[in-house]
Design a protein around this ligand. Sequence first.
Ligand code: FES
Length: 396
Amino acid sequence: MPRPALAPAIVVRGVATRWWALSEWSLLPLRLFLGVTFAYAGLQKLANPAFFAAKSPASIQVQMSGAARLSPIHSFLHALLPHAVLIGWVLAYGELAIGVGTLLGLKTRVAAVAGASVSLSLFLTVSFHSSPYFTGADIVFFFAWVPLIVAGGGSRWSIDAFIARRAARQAGFCLAPLVALPFDTVQRLCGFYHEGLCSARASAACAASACPVLVSRPPQVTAVSDKTFDRRSVVIGASTVAVVASAAAVTGLLTTAAGHLEASAVTGARNSTPNIRALAGSGASVGTGSAAETTRTDLGPATSVPVGAASTFTIPSSGDPGIVVQLTEGNFVGYDAVCPHAGCTVGYASSQKLLVCPCHGSQFLAATGEVVSGPAPHGLTPLTIVEASNGNLYLQ
Ligand code: FES
């Protein structure tokens, strides 16, 4: 049977109502993106043993000491450096907890405040010198958290909202669905409105902010039931947080174990040492004996840097990490390993012959130090490395 046609006015009103209802979903894409990103970032750190290995260029120790050189809060970072591993664990599990909470809409405002704090810390330490400023992701993440701090997780696909509804039902409340109405409809229906005045407010001017119909409470909402409702919300919320936190902790532990197992399997299969080692030279600075007397620093035996591999050392004049690569037999190149983008320490990707920054992915040609890709504004600072007749490498 054909449906009766709706009057045009009702159709218009119906469409408007449905579009209003869409606003309930508006925070969901942001929640999903931030939740997945933070949970992934936490799990990635937990799965990567190199993140906690001081000698790896991707480690939290190296990243923190790199950031401490250029960050506006460098004194604070220097004080935290001895606790870098602990900070790494807190960061990894913190990001996982923030991600899961945001994804599920569980204690969303708490998760959003924590997420904004992490993003702000990363902005001040890692991406503060990004130029232009909007090329650093952390400042964008910081502002992306703000709507969730202000509005919470919303009413859709949110455990917070589910708990509130359930606690309300158990306390005897009836939570009616919210419907958007134009205020002139309220004025027509309330019975107090006449020619711009409100008889319920001693004929004061009608105003939505003071409307007695909109601010009135249902008669069953008493102080006692308010308390019961709050207590139920707290109990159900705390139990849910405990269950979800336990599941997240177990997931984190399993991820860490899987990461270590995979890393040891790969190392065992290759039966090799890492391709970046610290050079064990004397570090002594000696005169060259030339007419224009210069000093050079002993970096140790050239055999410590196999062909196609890299080693690290400390540059005495600046205290920065240096990196030396033997590109081909007897062809050594060296660079200040501090990434010119935001100060992280680059590592060597031997298969691509690139020096790669673990923080934001800048890549540099190993042969020349030039930027290949990424946000770094210029190439690495080259160093002069020579192999002396005694078989040692020297930094000139
Ligand atoms: S510090 Fe940002 S790419 Fe290196």
